[in-house]
Every structure is written in C-alpha cells, then in structure tokens.
Design a protein around this ligand. Structure first.
Ligand code: CO
Length: 296
C-alpha cells in the first residue's frame, strides 16, 4: 500500500507526464515511444490534367508556403480519373488516403488537411470520411480538416468581395457578369444561389450559374433577358480554368455557354482565369489553414 510520500511522487510524475504531452515538444506515439512534433499541410484539390490549371495550384502553394514558411506542404488530388490520366503522362499525384499514409510514415504528428474545393459537396464529404479514418487509426497526434472556400457567413462575405474584385476593369456599366460554378447534386449546391443573392445586393448585374446544378444556364439566361442585358462577361467560379471553363463555358461547340448565349443574342466576353489565380480567393483558403494550425 502507498504511503503519503509515495502518493505525492506518483502525482508529481503524472503531472510532469501531462505537462510533457501538452507542452508541444513531443508526442507519445504508439508503444510509448516519443515522437518529435512535425507539422504538415496537405492541400487537397479535385485536380486537373489541364496545363492551364497549374497556375492556380502554383499560386495556392506559393501563398500557403509564404503564410507558413516552416511547415512542409504536400498535395493530393481527389479525382482518380485525373490522377490516372496524369500518371499516363508520367506525372504522379497521390490520393488523400495515400498522401496521408505517406505523411504518417514520414513521422508527421500534426496535419491540416486543406480542402481546395469551392463548396462542401460530395468530394469534401469524402474527405471528411478519409480524415475521420486516420483520426480513428490514431495515425497522427492531431489531424484537422480545413473548410472549403464557402462555409461560414464570413466566407460568403469575403467571396462576394473577391468576386467583385476579379471582374475586369474593362467591364462597362450595364454589362452583366456571369460566373460559372461547378454545381452538384449534393445539398451544398444551395451555396451558389445564396452567394448570388449576396453578390447581387452589391451589384445587381452579377449572376452565378452552374454546369451541373442550380442555377442552370437557362435560369441565368431568363434573368439576363428580364434585365434586357446586351453584353455579358463569362468568368469561371472554379479554382482552375480547366476543362469546364475552356469547353463548357468558352468553347466554340454549340452547347457551350458562350455559344448558347451568343445564339440568344447576347455579346459574350469570356475570361479564362480560375478563382485560385486571385489572392482575394486564395487568402480565404489560406485562412482556413490558419485556424486549425492555431489548435496545434
Ligand atoms: Co466537373
């Protein structure tokens, strides 16, 4: 049986142990071995095989490294189709699962997984499950998933300002601006119409349509007609100006937005730049990394 002095020593040892654990210098990994703290950032995008998309990814990486210079930055693409396409060209990108397994193997202890998606749709929810899996495994001392571009009301307000700031200065009064979002069957699709309402409170001639969700192009076309718009700019509301921007938005095929709107009598001025080419948008993603990093 312990005497009073023994109890005090045991208590002191426990407190010391706790202090070491929470002190941030070491992480008691499996089998009681101490691991030095190693923080990392994993940027996760849908991905793109288009060369034109690389400028967006490079900009996000540059801004992330500049904001957190001491923390290694890794990449993953969620689209296996894109990864396989790139692999055939000799370019190897990991899935989030593989990238995180490698990071665990490389001794990372604290990881922020940053979604570079625009909304918290299907791919973001897949990522939630991947992160939860690594959490359950205890692969890291801490793993946190950062929000996509649009999550909180603050994000919405910042995105409204970012959208307005990226409209070309050559746009004249009375000319509309139609942003092309991706759109999804996922309930998070509602973010596009919500953002359009908020941007229109600042500029009534700015519209947000989607390729695969609501509002569709026909909804936007009806609004343009009702406002008697003659000219409209077309700008991607996607992180990269990839396949959707080049073909579905600005392509010469008859089913592109440019062709359909031109056919309907509108003069179209497409801009081929993704949101991640602009610091105003990238700053929102980078701040979504900053929050979780503050918890480590
Ligand atoms: Co798509």
């Amino acid at each position: 049986m312990c005497n009073g002095k023994m109890k005090k020593i045991v208590l002191f040892a426990c407190i010391l142990g706790l202090a070491l654990c929470y002190g941030g210098s070491v992480f008691a990994g499996h089998h009681g071995k101490e691991k030095p703290v190693k923080k990392g950032i994993l940027l996760v995008a849908f991905g793109s095989s288009e060369e034109s998309a690389q400028v967006s990814f490079k900009n996000i990486e540059k801004k992330t490294k500049a904001a957190f210079p001491e923390i290694p930055v890794k990449w993953a693409y969620t689209s296996h189709i894109i990864r396989h396409k790139l692999a055939r060209q000799g370019i190897h990108l990991d899935s989030a699962e593989v990238a995180l397994a490698k990071m665990a193997d490389e001794g990372f202890t604290h990881v922020v997984v940053q979604s570079l998606h625009t909304i918290g749709g299907a791919e973001y929810h897949d990522l939630i499950r991947v992160v939860a899996g690594f959490k359950t495994m205890g692969a890291f001392e801490s793993i946190i998933l950062g929000n996509p571009l649009l999550a909180t009301q603050e994000d919405m307000e910042r995105a409204v300002s970012a959208l307005l700031s990226t409209i070309p200065k050559e746009r004249k009064k009375g000319e509309a601006v139609v942003f092309m979002g991706h759109g999804t069957h996922h309930p998070a699709n509602a973010f596009y119409a919500a953002l359009m309402l908020q941007v229109q409170l600042k500029d009534p001639n700015v519209f947000i349509g989607t390729v695969e969700g609501y509002p569709a192009l026909e909804d936007i076309e009806a609004l343009l007609k009702a406002k008697k718009i003659k000219t409209t700019w077309l700008i991607p509301f996607m992180s990269v100006a990839g396949d959707h921007a080049k073909n579905d938005m600005a392509g010469d095929e008859e089913d592109s937005w440019k062709s359909i709107l031109t056919q309907a009598g509108f003069k179209c001025k497409p801009v081929l730049k993704g949101t991640a080419e602009y610091d105003a948008f990238v700053d929102i993603w980078v701040d979504h990394i900053r929050g979780p990093l503050g918890h480590f």
